[in-house]
Design a protein around this ligand. Structure first.
Ligand code: ATP
Length: 263
């Protein structure tokens, strides 16, 4: 079966000469339809750089990204716009990703406003009414009407992240990139957000690229896991193979840091 996303020999280097940083180095992988692929690595391993390439916010130096067979790297303006509809993102820092000056109900609509022609099945009956659309999306992430007219600073971190998730799913993208969605939240809130993401992924039949430095969260969420170190993928395995002896030493090291195992 053709994968939803195929990434081939992707390279992105920042700077030149002695200062050059190989943020993404010869990275290749696929994501199947409906799959949650986990991407784990320490801070600075290149996870967000890779995410920016997949979102076409930056161009790679080499390599290709194909979405259902079409190249995202070579796409011209109109095709790129269409492809962007199908790859959405929820960033770690909902403080930065939500506009302070917009009330919640308007923030939720930001992606839909860029694609007025898109009518996802769960919005068909409300799409003509912006506020009703927002109410529906907020309901889907477990936020009630009382939040509609609040501003981001009047919400908790978990509530802000729910708003960002509502916006992320609003176009029913094929792929949702979730970049460190819970790292600024406390443990119980984290668990609830992960539960919500899993539920939405199943209900809406989306694929996820779930990015985190936390291998336990990645393990909980993902069908398959990629481990990234210094810009390269050093290990790749099905989630249930996480404790098998052939795991890369670096994977074992990430695991022992979380589970406090003897090395
Ligand atoms: N715009 C940029 N200019 C120069 N160097 C950059 C740029 N963006 C990232 N880098 C460098 O590329 C490397 C990978 O960074 P990246 O942010 O992708 O890692 P990360 O795994 O997402 O880390 P974190 O979890 O801390 O965000 C780092 O060494 C970083 O300093």
């Amino acid at each position: 079966m053709e994968p939803l996303l195929l990434v081939k020999n992707l390279v992105r280097t920042y700077g030149r000469g002695r200062d050059a940083v190989r943020a993404v180095h010869q990275v290749s992988f696929t994501i199947q339809k409906g799959e949650c692929l986990g991407l784990v690595g320490e801070s600075g391993s290149g996870k967000s750089s890779l995410a920016r390439l997949l979102l076409a916010l930056e161009k790679p130096d080499h390599g290709d990204i194909r979405m259902l067979g079409a190249s995202l790297v070579k796409a011209k303006k109109n095709t790129l716009r269409k492809m962007r509809q199908h790859i959405q993102v929820v960033f770690q820092d909902s403080n930065a990703s939500l506009n302070d000056r917009l009330p919640v109900w308007r923030s939720v609509l930001e992606s839909l406003d860029n694609f007025p022609e898109v009518k996802p099945p769960f919005l068909v009956d409300v799409r003509e009414n912006r506020r009703a659309t927002s109410v529906r999306l907020l309901e889907m992430v477990g936020l009630g009407l009382e939040h509609l007219d609040r501003y981001p600073h009047e919400l908790s971190g978990g509530q802000r992240q729910r708003v960002a998730i509502a916006r992320g799913i609003s176009l029913k993208p094929e792929l949702l990139i979730v970049d460190e969605p819970t790292s600024s939240l406390d443990v119980t809130v984290q668990a609830n957000i992960l539960k919500l993401l899993k539920q939405l992924q199943t209900e809406l039949e989306m694929s996820f690229l779930f990015i985190s430095h936390d291998i336990a969260a990645v393990h909980q969420m993902s069908n398959r896991i990629l481990v990234m170190k210094d810009g390269a993928i050093v290990d790749e395995f099905a989630s249930e193979q996480i404790s098998e002896p052939e795991r890369h030493d670096y994977t074992k090291c990430l695991l022992s840091a979380v589970y406090d195992l003897e090395q």
